[in-house]
Design a protein around this ligand. Structure first.
Ligand code: AMP
Ligand code: ZN
Ligand code: FE
Ligand code: FE
Length: 293
């Protein structure tokens, strides 16, 4: 069983349409794929349809933009009911904030002497409700300023670089509550990734488990070197929570994140499905269902 629980389509900042992403997952021999676009459930219906046609397991998810002490933290929510109003309202505010910051990013880049317009950025984000820095990067590639997304982040867009403008994001504890109320399973994405390692300590993880019912953490991720993975796995075991592994695939938008480069152990996936069942039963919502062929 090869299970990849974190991928992006072009409904957010991945480069593949949903059906192409699912087809690639099948081609690459995955048994289960979760679609976890940033702050949107837009691709779920199409993903499920494609997965049913091809006979590959499909888990609907969302990667929710959170912020702790001003630092970006990402929360994966598996199988929440996206129509649960408090969750839907928060996600809409996040998406609006993503779009609203584009003029400020463009103004900063213009101030650095880089030619770029808001329309050029939005042209890279047609069909997605969730505009991100990678779309700014794509616009910079398209007009010849940089060679690829990586160069755009290194020179302009990474946290701390001159073209970075943050956007509204949700408190992680609140986001965990919302996912659970919506019958879903909350898992912190890449806790020791680039930005979040500054604020997601072992104590923070324990607190999110105790106070909010965090169900798991993503352990096997390309942002985590081997030692970090083992330490995080130990933290998960000590706390009795789930640990996952995934690619965080973005199509051709992110190198070294090929589908299935990391995967989730079947026992951990089984636990995740059990938590989903329990949270769905405890919630007043009717969530989506996992598809397993
Ligand atoms: P945003 O959602 O607008 O804050 O942008 C964050 C997104 O940019 C995340 O999905 C990251 O995967 C992506 N990202 C961050 N650094 C890089 C990089 N060096 N190259 C490509 N994508 C990146
Ligand atoms: Zn992304
Ligand atoms: Fe992320
Ligand atoms: Fe991601």
């Amino acid at each position: 069983m090869r299970i990849d629980l974190h991928t992006h389509s072009n409904r957010s900042d991945g480069t593949d349409p949903v059906d192409v992403l699912i087809a690639h997952a099948k081609r690459d021999g995955l048994d289960v794929i979760a679609l976890t676009d940033h702050d949107t459930a837009d691709g779920w219906a199409e993903g499920r349809r494609a997965a049913e046609q091809l006979g590959i397991g499909f888990v609907p998810g969302i990667e929710i933009s959170c912020k702790l002490n001003g630092i970006a933290v990402h929360l994966l929510g598996y199988l929440p009911d996206p129509s649960y109003q408090p969750l839907a309202d928060e996600l809409r505010i996040v998406r609006d904030g993503r779009t609203d910051r584009i003029p400020s990013i463009v103004a900063r880049l213009n101030g650095l002497g880089v030619a770029l317009t808001v329309d050029e950025v939005l042209a890279q984000a047609t069909g997605t409700p969730s505009v991100g820095r990678p779309h700014v990067a794509d616009a910079l590639v398209a007009n010849g300023t940089v060679a690829d997304r990586g160069e755009a982040f290194d020179r302009f867009l990474a946290d701390g670089r001159p073209g970075h403008v943050s956007h509204y994001a949700i408190d992680p504890g609140r986001a965990i509550d919302l996912v659970r109320e919506a019958g879903g399973v909350p898992v912190v994405a890449h806790p020791w990734g680039r930005s979040s390692r500054k604020v997601v300590t072992a104590e923070t993880i324990a607190q999110l488990v105790d106070d909010h019912g965090l169900a798991g953490i993503e352990v096997d991720h390309q942002d985590h070197p081997p030692q970090a993975r083992e330490t995080l796995r130990g933290i998960a075991r000590d706390l009795g929570i789930i640990y996952t592994g995934s690619s965080d695939h973005h199509g051709i938008g992110k190198i070294d994140h090929e589908l299935g480069v990391n995967s989730t152990e079947p026992e951990q996936f089984e636990r995740l499905l059990e938590v989903a069942k329990a949270n769905a039963a405890a919630s007043a919502t009717t969530g989506p269902e996992v598809y397993l062929p």
